[in-house]
Ligand binder design. Structure first.
Ligand code: BG6
Length: 485
């Protein structure tokens, strides 16, 4: 199967998030964000990824009082804020038609509850979106990608506090109006299901040891669902051209065996993952999640109008990230484990893993696409897929990342198969584009880019950009609309 299956207007692109790429964490009036206080961890340190990704109040206070970028790589990112013009030039050479990026909320409202927006922050994104437009590159903009203003985390309790909904709506209102005509495709929350997996990362909810973590996480998630629906409504009022998507970390689970109990467990785990897109695409909580709340003593407080708001403001398309698949079993302790960015899973003996232990599963992408299409019948958009690897720079400065080409090719071939089967796929954006700081471990050396950035985990290096072998390969894929795959 060649990639000629991809439809006209297919959004070939690359993707990254503000907190992982921009750096300049205190420039031009930006406030501290929740990502700015998450420290770097060496590979050997991140035995407990949850502890790393969920700082305590004490760790946050210490970090907030520590100026500079040392030890906090997301404050430096890959210098995109300083070097965005050359990056956009290189994206134009790559021939992309879409750039998925996020707005740092704390550039627009430094504390989240400020009276007025920060003009310097607004102007930065305006220049960026306009330049993309000159190159025929559509921005696909995420409003919230693991990055709320830190003030809302420490003073409000993050998304567990209902008052944050109105603050988010105001922020969204400001950027929707300002960038009308420049941005058409919007995503509300990145990987919204992360909020119940890593409540700090997904919802700015600090683990204060009080033991009601799940309760606060589901409350935060509910507030995000309502906020997303309200912003969807507002976007349509402001700009009838706007298209609004939700964004799910699709975690496809396979059963460990054909024992019906394992199969049912996998179905349950898939349905719990898809419960998030059920709310945002279908407009209502499915029974499985309500049962989960009952059985775990979780009481999600809702206002009388919430269910109507969710039902009336469903999204136009479903976007998702896909990196790996997982395995479910009634008794997981019988099996060995492997890694993932948010948790570990049973090892699938049929699959190889990345250096970070993530299952490599291109066919799983076809299964995920077909399954999502069958369930929802709305356009789909793969907004994250890519390989984190520790690239080697050759003496001549080149990076021969054949393993990344292989990863991307095999995933795109499977996407083409799904499209040939009738799946409505809007686009595909490779995660990274340029090398960025890892979301989970804050490593710079876990590289996702098609363009090498000369910075290491400690921030040493020139920051200079060099296209990798995968850059040329992807340029050809785009130029031929996938026929070269
Ligand atoms: C996704 C996130 O979960 O995974 C990205 O949306 C992240 O922000 C990506 O970078 C890869 O994870 P990591 O931890 O390897 O950067």
């Amino acid at each position: 199967m060649t990639g000629t299956a991809f439809p006209d207007g297919f959004l070939w692109g690359v993707a990254f998030a503000a907190n992982q790429a921009e750096g300049s964490y205190d420039a031009d009036g930006k406030g501290l964000s929740q990502a700015d206080v998450v420290p770097f961890a060496k590979a050997s340190d991140y035995v407990d990824l949850h502890e790393l990704m969920s700082p305590t109040p004490e760790r946050i206070a210490r970090a907030a009082a520590t100026p500079g970028t040392a030890g906090y790589p997301k404050r430096r990112g890959s210098l995109f804020y300083e070097r965005w013009e050359e990056d956009v030039e290189s994206f134009a050479r790559l021939g992309i038609r879409a750039l998925r990026l996020s707005i740092a909320w704390s550039r627009i409202f430094p504390d989240g509850d400020d009276d007025e927006p920060n003009e310097a922050g607004l102007a930065f994104y305006e220049r960026l979106f306009a330049r993309l437009g000159e190159h025929g590159i559509e921005p696909v903009v995420t409003l919230s990608h693991y990055e709320m203003p830190l003030h809302l985390v420490t003073e409000y309790g993050g998304w567990a506090n209902r008052r944050v909904i109105a603050l988010f709506e105001r922020y969204a209102d400001v950027v929707l109006r300002r960038y009308k005509g420049l941005v058409r495709n919007w995503l509300t929350f990145n990987e919204i299901n992360t909020t119940v997996i890593e409540p700090y990362t997904g919802g700015g909810v600090i683990d204060d040891g009080s033991g009601d973590r799940a309760q606060r996480a589901y409350q935060a998630l509910h507030h995000q669902f309502v906020a997303s629906a309200l912003v969807t409504r507002r976007a349509r009022e402001i700009d009838p051209e706007a298209r609004i998507g939700c964004m799910l970390a699709r975690m496809l689970h396979y059963p460990a065996t054909s024992d019906p109990a394992d199969v049912q467990q996998a179905q349950h785990d898939n349905d719990m993952n898809l419960a998030h897109s059920d709310v945002q695409v279908r407009g209502a909580y499915p029974g499985i999640i309500r049962r989960h709340w009952r059985e775990h003593g979780i009481e999600v407080r809702m206002e009388p109008e919430d269910e109507r708001i969710l039902a009336e403001n469903t999204v136009d398309f479903l976007s998702f990230s896909y990196y790996m698949t997982l395995v479910s079993a009634v008794d997981p302790s019988k099996y060995g484990a492997t890694g993932g960015n948010l948790f570990s899973t049973i090892k699938n003996e049929h699959l190889e893993t990345s250096e970070w232990g993530w299952h490599l599963d291109p066919i799983g992408l076809r299964i995920a696409l077909t399954d999502l299409w069958t369930r929802y019948q709305v356009p789909l958009f793969i907004v994250e897929n890519g390989l984190g690897a520790s690239d080697r720079v050759e003496p001549d400065g080149s990076v021969r990342d054949d393993y990344r080409i292989d990863y991307l090719r095999r995933h795109l071939q499977q996407a083409a198969e799904a499209v040939a089967d009738g799946v409505d796929l809007m686009g595909y954006t490779v995660w990274g584009g340029i090398d960025i700081v890892s979301a989970s471990t804050s490593q710079m050396t876990k590289r996702y880019g098609l363009v090498h950035v000369d910075l290491d985990d400690e921030g040493r290096g020139t920051g200079d950009r060099t296209p990798k072998a995968s850059f040329d390969w992807y340029r050809e894929v785009i130029a031929t609309d996938g026929a070269s795959l």
